[in-house]
Design a protein around this ligand. Structure first.
Ligand code: PLP
Length: 242
């Protein structure tokens, strides 16, 4: 099978609310082909996150390497990794070839479910994600931004992520009151993406946003155009729940 692909490394939520299935849905909807490597198996339903088990790091690495070698991968999305050893295996793999570390990479730092259940083993989550974000586009929500940078202020958090090596940061404002304003910062400067708040809450908006962003980049759109398209995609997903 041919066609431009987005390689996704993320957790499997069997309910499809978030994680790999949600990622694949977003990428297909935008016309690209998802290649899905599970980094962790979770026990989840639509309502509850119960437990998870990270996949063996070398198996994750082998699965992703095989796809990178054979398929037309144009962008990479990294979501839940579940454990420091899995993060390190992904980091090591991408360093194997300059062409792989140079692919557009979107990193969505997943530390906990919106219910509060942990989705990372141990305390090293922020450091593990900061390492994966080198040269990448980071897409934290405010809780994740605070865990990674120590601040919930969108502009300050975005600057801190760039100073730690991220190429760009999209700090999401969905947890703030008022309109949903996300802040995108890259070498060109700040760009606010605003949309009126919807009276809807659905699981997996962060996964879908990051995957839609990666799909835009894989299709050759600019970062700003990809971010605008991703926000519109998630808005339509939320709207369908109103
Ligand atoms: N499960 C997996 C595999 C995820 O990657 C994520 C979030 O990114 C979640 C669950 C959490 O989803 P939610 O924020 O909808 O609880």
């Amino acid at each position: 099978m041919s066609g431009a692909c987005v390689l996704v490394l993320a957790g499997l939520d069997p309910s499809g609310g978030a994680g790999l299935l949600a990622d694949a849905e977003a990428i297909r909807a935008l016309g690209l082909r998802p290649l899905c490597v599970a980094t962790a198996l979770t026990v989840q339903t639509t309502r509850h996150a119960l437990q998870f088990q990270p996949v063996a790091p070398l198996l994750v690495q082998d699965a992703a390497r095989a796809l990178l070698l054979e398929e037309d991968v144009r962008a990479i999305k990294i979501g839940m990794v579940g454990a420091p050893q899995v993060a390190r295996a992904i980091d090591d793999l991408l360093r194997e070839k300059a062409a792989w570390s140079g692919l557009p990479r979107v990193v969505d730092p997943v530390l906990a479910a919106s219910s509060g259940a942990a989705l990372f083993k141990g305390a090293g989550g922020p450091e593990a994600y900061l390492a994966l974000m080198q040269g990448a586009i980071a897409t934290p929500n405010l809780d994740e931004a605070e865990a990674l940078t120590g601040t919930r202020e969108q502009g300050a958090a975005a600057k801190a992520l760039l100073s730690r090596g991220a190429k760009a940061a999209l700090v999401k404002g969905g947890h703030l009151a008022g309109d949903a304003v996300d802040l995108l910062l890259d070498a060109e400067g700040e760009h606010a993406l605003s949309a009126p708040r919807l009276a809807a809450s659905r699981r997996g908006t962060g996964c879908r946003l990051a995957s839609a962003l990666a799909a835009g980049l894989a299709a050759g759109l600019s970062l700003r155009a990809s971010a605008g398209q991703a926000k519109a995609f998630v808005r339509a997903y939320l709207q369908s729940a109103v």
